[in-house]
Design a protein around this ligand. Structure first.
Ligand code: SIN
Length: 329
């Protein structure tokens, strides 16, 4: 299950989960008509040299197109990370992952691990069979980041740029440099095998341990849906979801993230329905649908906001909060 490269004393664990980086197309020139999650993670390490004193150990955790990411895989991934991070000889972890939900996995892992060692997610926009695949350079850069002393927390490495799990977002559907950190900017760049650090690494947090235990012990996850506020938005979907709760469906909604316009505003019809849902016990959070900036709180708001979190990250934060049973009044 695990394959080793190099003979160094410090180990870097490379966990494979699939994605375009592990994708295979039938013709080399085809950068979009491929199947994600085909090539094993040990094969992705072919031609990647371990830095001096470091050995690479590959382990396949999943083999999927990341659009199909599930909580079961997140649970397994978080457990494998926790296992390896606890090993004294392990410098850190690289995770090969699809780009489509990479920011969600990164934020999830930072929330439940907040590690004092580095966990570096990396990816590719072209399949491994492309004429000029971007995956090998990204993996090499990720190994450099993990092997550099002083690095900590969950970050994403793509196209020579290191992004914090808190800020990273996929912003381009095709370009190799597909990620951005918005106002916060990148944490570092990787240049010819060396790190140029710009700001602090994501910090360890004591609360992560409890979040990990609750997440790891959960048999199912609270259902949290995301709905977008837009021109002509309505409340009918919210009301239908609440009706499922009234009927006692086992997987009925527990939380709702509203992807709000601008500084957290909602179409009045959607807002009215969200307030009805909140009155019936649904946890409701507003997150801005803008790709940059944060919601600045206003005293008059009745529905709480997610600050700088994007809707997909606000959903993860809300699910972890519901799992903890510690809902704000
Ligand atoms: C995926 O997210 O698994 C497919 C797309 C990609 O990796 O770019």
């Amino acid at each position: 299950m695990a394959e080793s490269i190099g003979k160094g004393e410090r180990r870097v664990i490379v966990l494979g989960t699939g994605g375009t980086i592990a994708g295979r197309a039938s013709t080399a020139g085809d950068n979009i008509g491929y199947k994600a999650g085909e090539v094993g993670v040990a094969e992705l390490l072919g031609g990647i040299d371990a830095p001096d004193g470091v050995s690479l150990l590959a382990e396949q955790v999943a083999q999927i197109d990341s659009k199909d990411m599930s909580f079961a895989i997140w649970q397994t991934l978080a457990r494998r990370c926790a296992h390896w991070l606890a090993e004294p000889g392990v410098a850190g972890i690289v995770i090969t992952h699809g780009t489509d939900t990479l920011e969600e996995t990164a934020f999830f892992l930072q929330s439940v691990l907040a590690p004092s060692k580095p966990v570096v997610l990396t990816c590719a926009m072209r399949p491994s069979t492309a004429l000029a695949p971007d995956g090998p350079q990204n993996v090499r850069d990720a190994v450099v980041v993990v092997s550099t002393p002083g690095v900590q927390g969950v970050v994403v490495v793509c196209a020579g740029t290191v992004h914090s799990a808190f800020d990273v977002q996929k912003v381009h559907a095709y370009r190799l440099d597909a990620f951005d950190s918005g106002d916060a900017g990148p944490v570092a760049y990787v240049e010819e095998g060396a790190l140029r650090v710009l700001r602090n690494w994501p910090a360890p947090a004591g609360s992560a341990r409890l979040a990990f235990e609750r997440m790891s012990g959960a048999e199912s996850w609270p259902r949290v849906e995301i709905l977008v506020s837009h021109a002509e938005a309505r409340g009918a979907i919210v009301d239908a979801l609440v009706q499922e709760r009234r009927l006692g469906r086992a997987d009925a909604i527990e939380g709702l993230v509203l992807a709000a316009t601008g500084n957290g505003t909602l179409h009045h019809a959607l807002e009215a329905a969200a307030l009805r849902a909140q009155a019936e016990g649904v946890a409701v959070v507003r997150a801005t649908r803008c790709s940059q900036g944060r919601i600045l709180p206003r005293q008059t708001e009745v529905l709480r906001d997610a600050g700088a979190l994007t809707p997909v990250k606000a959903r993860i934060a809300l699910m972890l909060e519901l799992l903890s049973g510690e809902r704000p009044a």
